[in-house]
Design a protein around this ligand. Sequence first.
Ligand SMILES: [Zn+2]
Length: 401
Amino acid sequence: MKKKLLIFLSLLTIAAFSACSDQTAATDTKEASIQSSEESTAVESKTAESTQSSEESKTAESTQSSEESKTAESTQSSEESTVAPASTQAPGPLSENVPKKITLSGNRDDRFLADDFCYVEGEKFFLLLEKDVCVPGDYADNVALIMDQLEKETSLTFAVSYPIIPCDTCSVKYGYNPWKDLFFGQKVPIYLFIDRESVGYISCASAEFTIIYDYNLFSDEVWDSVPAYHDNPWRRDGVIEYSTVAHELTHTLTLRHAKLTKILTEGLADYYAEKVLLDLADQSEDFKKSARNMYLINSVKDTLTPENAEEIFLNDYSDLSQIERQDEYTLGRLYGIFLAKNYGDSFLKDFLEVSKEAGYSYSAFLGDLQEKDRVVLTNEFKKLFGDDVFQKFGEWYQTLQ
Ligand SMILES: [Zn+2]
């Protein structure tokens, strides 16, 4: 299992709050949240033992993708009431009423413990720390390296020219938004959150923000106060989850440009996370370790052939129950490897351009596409990469098995 999935279940609570216009739906969401949390715990346990079966990993994957879309839905409603400052305004505080700005030492062996909300500002991001987050001194530097490398690998930029729709995800979590007077501009707000009650929140992303839950960044005090944590020391293995950071930031990056299918969204996030961390491996031992911790396999559950590859791509795992959704990560990653090899490193940028022209431009959130949209994107995929792209992919896939 990918280490990013060590942190589970999600902002479903957020979904429950935001879906308040539908009381029944909200209740169902909470119940689902509890159930998924239990399933996730089982997966985490196996992960720690390095004996996780693919079946288990699928549960985790499906939980994550479900979480991501729930988060999207929930934040979408809250953003409508938020007014963005003029796009010409420089990022930074709009008043004195913002949490303290801090700098980290840059030294991997140092630890910074947040005693209140505080933030680090980078060239391309705001790192927003919740109280009790404890980060190594080089964390912000490493995030900057990942963002730079992601831009390099994809030839895309986080700083798009149009306004990013602001979302108030914090008010749902805290009941208020400590960051309401901090203007992010084109920089990415990266929230480092704590799951204080072991609800099972997971990392997620939208075009506007990236949210990271990493057990390794929870203070010892929080860790020791939650039985579900301190009774399960395997949950915190000391490997900072930079793969999660890279995965979620890939979502933010691509969503700022255009929408992709689910297979490409999740799979390419894994593809670039692995690629970026391996490219940066000589910069930090932590990158190497985090890449090694990703649970990457080369086969999907259903038989994939040259004949049915297109159909699977078109269905985009939309007809399966969420609990079985998992193969999009594997398949999308393999498409990344295949397209880079056969088409060139610009495949993502070129396809996002095509997607944008087809009407799927800047997309605030992840989420399932309707069938008519999947048909359009599948046809565009063939137009760009060749009518026989699925046949060739299927043949190549079979050589991996
Ligand atoms: Zn994802």
